[in-house]
Design a protein around this ligand. Structure first.
Ligand code: ATP
Ligand code: MG
Length: 332
């Protein structure tokens, strides 16, 4: 059976981008067709300036929202990264396979390092090595496929490269994974700045729809989205990024396709109204279920405990094999 692994960082409140680009496919498709693991990757949240209490709170919230969006512990394994030591153990071995140059070429590193500096902070070394830990997350489980939004494709490529290099040097140890992306909404853009990705750790609140926004708040954000000059509704990401983003969001939420939908609308106003309603309707069941789950924190904790146990059992043999292959003396 295909092994699928993917994760989400507790760096902020989860967004419509996270949902349409990743979480929704995990629940609707991946957990049914594959042996799937989904992870709240909390160690990755420590790579940028963070508040310990907030990371803890957001980790619990992310796990709850993953369950609220339909992940079923009877079908998949849901767990928290720091509960399974194998990720950090394997990461060090992969640091001995990756190169400094490779890390510095990562687009996300350049973007996030610049942001940390803009915010007046220093750049943590872990931000540079982040993609290696992510490779460890993936390779520890013999993962075949990593369903992610477009922004993570470069990191999955790196995981591939490291798997191939390790296997060539030290003997076959890792499955070589590949990224998969959803066909629409693999890159939801910020509603106030449609040239930038909607990201949960960004500062521009009005351009980001959060999964837990009240319906009225979400509706207003979509209605106030920046559109482009010109008035006819066409789907063109290059010349009309704002309108293209709304068409993609509407298509992803209502099941259509963005080109066809462009032909249906005569004004930006109508497009925004329908996109706003579609977003509210898609998020409604997630918010409701989240409310129910919050009333039962013991359930979420139990899911995470069992998930971590299962994950540990899956990761340990692979990571132990990597320790032997690379030349470390077994403890006996
Ligand atoms: P951060 O700003 O901290 O990087 P993020 O919103 O980018 O947060 P991640 O935890 O990095 O979220 O990514 C979780 C998943 O959501 C990944 O699969 C990523 O590709 C996907 N994703 C993130 N943002 C978007 C987006 N705007 N559109 C589509 N998919 C997205
Ligand atoms: Mg991200």
């Amino acid at each position: 059976m295909t092994r699928v692994f993917s994760g989400i960082k507790p760096t902020g409140h989860l967004t419509l981008g996270n949902y349409l680009g990743a979480m929704r496919q995990w629940a609707a498709v991946d957990q049914h067709r594959a042996d799937a693991l989904f992870c709240v990757v909390d160690l990755h949240a420590l790579t940028v300036h963070h508040d310990p209490a907030r990371v803890r709170r957001l980790s619990r919230q992310a796990a709850t929202l993953l369950l609220a969006s339909g992940l079923d512990p009877a079908l998949c394994t849901l767990f928290v990264q720091s509960h399974v030591d194998e990720h950090a153990r394997l990461s060090y071995l992969l640091e001995c396979v990756a190169t400094d140059g490779e890390m510095r070429r990562m687009i996300q590193y350049k973007e996030k390092a610049a942001r940390e500096q803009r915010r007046g902070g220093s750049v943590r070394l872990s931000l540079l090595t982040y993609p290696v830990l992510m490779a460890a997350d993936i390779l520890a489980y013999g993962t075949d496929e990593v369903p992610v939004g477009h922004d993570q494709t470069q990191h999955v490529e790196l995981a591939r490269d490291l798997a191939v290099r390790f296997n060539q040097r030290y003997g076959h140890t890792f499955v070589v994974p590949r990224a998969t992306n959803p066909s629409v909404a693999a890159r939801v853009m910020n509603l106030q700045d449609p040239l930038s990705k909607m990201g949960k750790s960004d500062d521009t609140g009005p351009g980001i729809v959060y999964l837990l926004d009240e319906p009225d708040v979400a509706r207003k954000k979509v209605m106030r989205a920046v559109t482009d000059s010109g008035r006819d509704v066409v789907y063109d990401r290059e010349s009309r990024p704002g309108v293209a983003n709304l068409l993609e969001i509407l298509a992803a939420c209502s099941g259509g396709n963005p080109e066809a939908l462009a032909g249906v609308y005569e004004s930006y106003g109508d497009l925004k109204r329908d996109a706003a309603e579609a977003v509210v309707e898609v998020l409604r069941p997630v918010r409701e279920r989240h409310g129910e789950l919050c009333a039962d924190p013991g359930y979420v904790e139990g899911v995470l405990r069992e998930g971590a146990e299962r994950a540990r059992g899956m990761a340990r043999p692979t990571v132990d094999a990597a320790y032997r292959a690379i030349g470390l003396l077994p403890a006996g």
